[in-house]
Design a protein around this ligand. Structure first.
Ligand SMILES: [Zn+2]
Length: 594
């Protein structure tokens, strides 16, 4: 893991054009020093989203999304902080420097960068071959026949590896790569007699990319029936790990983050077909079983993962295992795919898109799917068969934890087994408590450091929280009067986390709140930039500031009174005094608001 130097991050912030970056997601128009537009983070009809290019930040008055250019790219393009910094650095030509990288790590990084370049060039070579040569005519025909448009194929960089033994061996070496390097990324293989030859020949190539769109390997499909195997992946290597790779993640992550849902399929062409049909949250796993690594990665973007995989017995076991390992972080749903049909075939058929969307909508939770599959396989005609089915289904139910879904499933199973739900309940009691992590608790909002964590903007603030932020914004807008109020106010006046975070900083920096603001403190940065935005938006009368202060003061007294009541505090005379004070303030508020 490499840390960027503070200068690098600063340069990225300075060089990146926030208006340009944001404009890719919403139309902005200038309004004085600001740009305004419809918020790209929530649905709205009138613009409440503004960007301040001079300070390099954005803020939405509607959903309170806010931050700088890096944050925007993180949220909108679902990248981790380091990936967002690198993506912007690349785009705006900032040279990235890393903090105290030890020489070995640096060497490793350079080595990997070279391997990545070799793959990138191979991908470009294959793609050019597909579109520009007669050799690829059959491959083009096949792809067209499957209904893929050129746009879709190009978006995914689909290509064709010619049948010659040494296309990549020769071209790679000409480009300055050693045979060892080409072999390390699985592009060439060593023959029995010691010579090297191309790993992919006469195959349609699908570049496997990481989240940032860098090629890490290839999947390749045979073009003639005698070629074995039908699908061939890059060999595992430094860049490609089958258990981690997700085909299409680079193009799907935005849609996944926006909708909170990922659709997992098995085949490259399934992903192509789904994206072409507008279901852009589709990715594919390399092989039928989804791994815990892949679930974790998707869980960084999605709350719900819908599996449209071959759900045979082995596949089901693997899914359940993965769910156990991944814990309750994501909700796993299963689509009951019609037998013998994969998503690509389904979508190619008349009305297929409609059918697939219906299947998605009807997806059920994995344990429910599993339990139903057990019942479908069981011999329910005899008591022994029903006993066996019950034995099999109890662990599935036990792993679910006590949920309403489970309760409903228990009645369903009791019905099918022609028994009393109480019997299943007793068996469940005997099966012990659910496996830790398998229970369905929702994920806490904070994710691992470094994991991409795109979140839909949080809940709407309460009236009290709005009042507090408005008050602090007014203090910024009128610093001469505001200084006095800010010094008077304490934590006991504030209930909202945002205002409480902002207060200590404002006590020191009311005149120039943005100057010297530590950017690494994301929460502080977000709340201060929001307050500055609010301060600029509306002119403030000093009377409004005073009124606002009185309301906060009354709130503090209310909380104090109810605390005393709750705790049955002694000294009732103090409570009475508080109530008098409250009445005075209420009067003051009444005269001022009329
Ligand atoms: Zn918004």
């Amino acid at each position: 893991m490499s840390l960027f130097t503070a200068e690098t991050i600063e340069r990225v912030r300075e060089s990146a054009d926030i208006v340009e970056v944001v404009s890719a997601h919403t139309d902005l128009r200038r309004q004085g020093e600001r740009f305004v537009g419809l918020c790209p983070f929530h649905e709205e009809r009138t613009p409440s989203f503004s960007v301040k290019p001079a300070e390099g930040f954005y803020y939405c008055f509607g959903c309170e999304a806010g931050g700088d250019t890096i944050k925007f790219v993180q949220e909108k393009e679902a990248l981790s902080f380091p990936d967002a910094v690198e993506a912007l650095a690349e785009r705006y030509g900032v040279e990235v420097e890393r903090e105290q990288e030890d020489p070995r790590a640096e060497q490793r990084r350079r080595h990997r960068a070279r391997l990545g370049e070799a793959l990138q060039r191979a991908a470009a070579f294959y793609e050019a071959t597909l579109w520009g040569t007669d050799k690829a005519a059959k491959a083009r025909e096949y792809l067209e026949g499957r209904g893929f448009t050129e746009d879709t194929l190009r978006a995914f960089g689909v290509g064709f590896a010619p049948s010659a033994w040494d296309s990549i061996v020769a071209a790679g070496q000409r480009a300055g790569f050693s045979l060892d390097e080409l072999r390390a990324v699985g592009l060439v293989q060593k023959g029995q007699k010691g010579g090297y030859y191309d790993a992919f020949r006469a195959r349609i190539t699908f570049p496997l990319r990481d989240v940032r769109g860098r090629t890490i390997g290839f999947g390749a499909r045979a073009t003639t029936p005698d070629q074995k195997p039908k699908y061939k992946n890059s060999a595992e290597g430094e860049l490609f790990h089958k258990s981690r790779a997700l085909y299409g993640i680079d193009r799907a992550r935005g849609a996944i983050a926006r909708g909170g849902r990922a659709v997992v399929v098995e085949g490259y062409t399934d992903v192509l077909a789904l994206h072409q049909a507008g279901i852009e949250e589709a990715v594919a796993v390399m092989g039928t079983a989804i791994t815990s690594d892949q679930l974790k990665q998707l869980g960084g973007y999605a709350e719900e993962i819908v599996l449209a995989l071959d759900a045979d017995r082995a596949g089901r076991e693997a899914m359940l295992r993965a769910q156990r390992v991944a814990g309750g972080a994501v909700r796993l749903l299963v689509v009951a795919m019609p037998e013998g049909e994969d998503p690509a075939e389904l979508l190619a058929a008349e009305g297929g898109e409609e059918r697939f969307r219906r299947l998605l909508a009807d997806a059920v939770e994995l344990p429910v799917f599993h339990a139903r599959a057990i019942l479908a396989d069981a011999d329910l005609e005899t008591p022994t068969g029903r006993d066996r089915a019950l034995d099999e289904v109890v662990p599935v139910l036990a792993a679910m934890g006590e949920t309403i879904t489970r309760q409903e499933l228990v009645s369903e199973i009791a019905d099918r087994l022609d028994t009393d739900p109480a019997l299943i309940g007793r068996r469940l009691g005997a099966a012990g408590p659910p496996v830790p992590g398998a229970a369905r608790e929702r994920r806490a909002p904070a994710a691992d450091v470094g994991e991409p964590r795109p979140r839909p903007p949080g809940r709407r603030p309460t009236v009290e929280e709005r009042r507090e932020t408005a008050f602090l914004a007014m203090c910024i807008a009128k610093p001469d009067a505001g200084r006095e109020y800010v010094s008077r106010i304490g934590e006991q006046h504030l209930v909202g986390e945002h205002a409480r975070n902002a207060l200590p900083w404002l006590k020191e920096h009311l005149d120039t709140p943005l100057e010297g603001l530590p950017r690494e403190d994301e929460r502080l940065f977000a709340v201060i930039s929001r307050l500055v935005m609010l301060a600029e938006r509306e002119p403030v009368e000093e009377s409004a500031l005073e009124l606002s202060w009185l309301m906060l003061e009354r709130g503090r007294i209310d909380r104090e009174i109810s605390r005393r009541r709750r705790e049955g505090a002694e000294h009732p005379e103090q409570t009475v005094e508080l109530q008098r004070e409250r009445a005075r303030i209420s009067d003051a508020i009444a005269t001022r608001s009329t």
